[in-house]
Each structure stands twice: as C-alpha cells, then as structure tokens.
Design a protein around this ligand. Structure first.
Ligand code: NAP
Length: 385
C-alpha cells in the first residue's frame, strides 16, 4: 500500500530519451526530411534570418501538445506530490522540509520568526503572514510547533481561508494532547492525522531508513481523494525506509514515556555532569556521550513538553527516582555488611544477627493505569539493617 513505485522515474527516463531523440532528429545533418522552403523575400536580410533561425530552434525544443509521454510523466509526478504548509519552521520543521522538497512536494512555511532566507535556500516558500499562507490553499497543514505553543498557534490560524477539505497533521512528541486539541478546534470537514517521527535532526541526519514512524488516522474522510491524500503523506516517510507503526495516540504515549522520556531524562541528567571524553573511553561510555549529544541538541521546551503533556511521564520520573534510591540502598547495604564484618567478625551471621545479603528486586512494571501513583518497593528492597 505504501510502497514506492518506480513508475515516475521510468516515465521521466522515457521522456528524456524521447526529448533527446526528437532533438537529434531535427538537428541531424543527414536527416532525410526535405529542406525547409526559403523564407519570403521580406525576411531575407541577415538579421531577420538569424532571428528566424533562433526562433526555429526554440520552437523545436519546446514540448509539443501531442507529447503524451511528457504529459503522463507530469501528471504522475503531480499526482504523487502534495502542497504541504509547515507551520512552525524551527529545528524540526526545517529538517522535515528538506526531505519533502527533495521528494518533489511543494512546501510552504509559516513561523513566528522570519525564516525567509533559510526557506529560500531549502526551496520552500515562506509566508510571514498566516492569512497569506492559508490563501495558498495547501492540501496539508503540517504542524511542527513546540508542544507548549501548539494550542495558541492552532487557534490563531485563519481556518476559514483554507479549502474546506484540508488534512491537518502534527508531529508532536505527545499524541493524546495533539489529538484532543485537533478534535476540539478543527471543523468536522478537516481530516486529522496524528504522527510522531521517532527521530530528529541528529538521529535522522543521514537517513530515515529503519527509523520508526508512528501514526494514528484520527479522522480521515471516506472519499477516495481524502484517503489517497493521507496515503500520499504517509508515503513520504515510507519511501524513505521508515518503519511505519500504526497505533492509537494513547498507546503511543504509554510507550513513549517508557522509552523516549526516560532516554531524554537520563541524557539530561548526564549532561549536568559535564562528561568529557577520556583517553580510555569504553564503547558504553561513548554511547553515553552520544546520548548526551543527541538529547541536549533538542530544546528544553521540547523536553518539558514531553513531561507536561504526557500523563505517563510523571510516573516514569518517580520510578527513575525510586530505582536510583533503591540502587544506592543496595550498594550501601553491601558496604554496611562489610563494615560490620570488619567490626564484629563473621560470628554474628551464624547467630542470626545480620540479615541476608541485601538483594534489589526489580521494580514492578509500571503503567497499570490504576492511578495509584508510582510503584512502591517490596519489603526485600529494604536493605537497612
Ligand atoms: P521545539 O522547541 O519543540 O519547537 C520549536 C518550534 O515551535 C519553532 O517552530 C518555534 O517557532 C515554535 N514556537 C515555539 N514557541 C512558540 C510560540 N510561543 N508561538 C509560536 N511558535 C512557537 O523544537 P523542535 O525540535 O523544532 O520541535 C518541533 C515539534 O516537533 C515539537 O512538537 C516536537 O515535539 C516535535 N518533534 C521534534 C523532534 C526532534 O527531534 N526535534 C522529533 C519528533 C517530533 P519559531 O522558530 O518561529 O520561534
């Protein structure tokens, strides 16, 4: 369904070939075509002749109305491409624009900051004014604003200037929030696709191959044009080799808190340690340094959004805290035991005075959704003697 068909390139090659062939036929000195009749006498002065020759060459090179191959090739290319307006042209918006432009989509952009210069370098038309952007009637509005500003930005868009059927897509790293906001603000005529590319300008700088792309078709109209518009948009990621994962926004948020939020939190904790490369880095340490690089290049606002707008994030933060405390207790418990042995000898163990060597059990799984707060350690977690 989402596979990349080679049809376009095949046709464009054919068309190129045809074009070249046509040119060589017309300019070939050994052509069997009869020579053109001499120009009428009033056109025979040298300048007019030169002009006429130039005109002839241009006319021959121009696409002919009966050139079906070039017409079909054009139609196929057009039918695969979309007019996409990126709202929020910061770090991530620009990152996505590069690939969308390369794929042949028409990309427009609007942002709070004036990004005209960077946009023109990327082949994107920038609109400082949201009314002007919407009057361009994009087929897709792609929201790439910060999580925290999305509500405000969405409410400020002049929706009445858009085509009645427009596809709204977001890339926010929290999905239930985005979905609720879209459903609340957007008129029923608009389609809604909630997505989260699980990569960014750092992790996806070389390729998107094998990187997960999560999506939830929240509201896509039944008619063929709407269904195909949504598929075309998804195809932009599928054809780059992304692993396409369809899941509900709620499922996404649960998984993302357990994985992405933990990753960002650990990265930011390590960043506070100002870790430096050493002459004896292990592979594991190199990976930690990479993690710091990866997470610190994202804005703090993004990280704060992951915490604020994912109801599962608080539980994960508390579990992390609990796990750290529990690990410290395990270490100190062992230390305590060693000191006791030094002070009192090993006899006490046989008298049953010392407890068993402390063992840290794993925290119970989170996310049971009962709203009872973070998991509480079992008795065996307690290592104090
Ligand atoms: P971000 O800090 O989350 O968002 C920056 C964008 O938000 C810029 O376009 C900025 O506009 C806009 N913005 C911030 N405050 C605003 C305000 N008060 N009013 C209007 N616009 C405001 O950084 P980001 O990395 O570009 O992320 C954008 C979105 O992509 C976020 O929702 C994030 O969750 C999602 N995402 C990011 C990544 C990633 O790796 N970075 C990956 C997947 C998804 P100006 O630049 O014009 O100020």
């Amino acid at each position: 369904m989402l596979s990349n068909s080679p049809t376009i390139s095949r046709f464009s090659n054919l068309s190129d070939h045809h074009h070249l062939h046509r040119r060589s036929y017309n300019h070939h000195p050994l052509s069997h075509s009869p020579p053109p009749p001499p120009p009428p006498s009033h056109l025979r002065n040298p300048q007019t002749l030169r002009l006429r020759r130039n005109f002839q060459i241009s006319a021959i090179d121009a696409a002919q109305p009966f050139d079906y191959e070039s017409k079909i090739s054009d139609r196929i290319a057009k039918s695969k491409s979309l007019k996409i307006a990126i709202v929020g042209f910061g770090n991530f918006g620009q990152f996505l624009a590069k690939t969308l432009v390369r794929q042949g989509h028409t990309v427009l952009a609007h942002s709070r900051t004036d990004y005209s210069a960077v946009a023109s370098q990327l082949g994107v038309s920038f609109f400082s004014n949201a009314d002007d952007l919407c009057e361009e009637h994009p087929e897709v509005i792609l929201l790439c604003t910060s999580i925290l500003s999305t509500d405000k930005v969405l409410r400020s868009l002049p929706l009445q200037r858009l085509k009645r059927s427009t596809l709204f897509v977001d890339v926010l790293s929290v999905k239930e929030f985005a979905k609720d906001l879209f459903l609340q603000i957007l008129p029923l005529d608009f389609d809604i696709l909630c997505t989260h590319p699980m990569f960014g300008p750092e992790s996806g700088k070389n390729s998107w191959k094998d990187l997960p792309f999560v999506y939830d078709k929240v509201r896509i109209g039944d008619d063929e044009a709407r269904v195909s518009r949504c598929e075309k948009f998804l195809d932009a990621f599928a054809k780059e080799g992304c692993i396409m994962k369809e899941m509900t926004c709620a499922e996404h948020d649960q998984h993302a808190a357990e994985s992405q939020f933990i990753t960002h939190t650990v990265g930011r904790i390590l960043e506070k340690l100002n870790l430096d490369s050493t002459p004896i880095n292990t592979k594991g340490y190199e990976r930690l340094l990479d993690l710091v690089d990866n997470t610190s290049s994202d804005s703090f606002e993004l990280y704060y959004g992951l915490f604020m707008y994912n109801k599962n994030a608080m539980e994960q933060l508390e579990r992390l805290d609990l796990a750290f405390e529990s690990l410290k207790k395990e270490l100190f418990g062992h230390l305590h035991e060693a000191l006791r042995k030094q002070l009192f000898g090993t006899g006490e163990r046989y008298l049953g005075i010392l407890p068993e060597a402390p063992v840290l059990s794993k925290l119970p799984p989170n996310g049971n959704g009962n709203g009872n707060g973070p998991a509480v350690p079992s008795q065996s977690d307690s290592t104090t003697s």
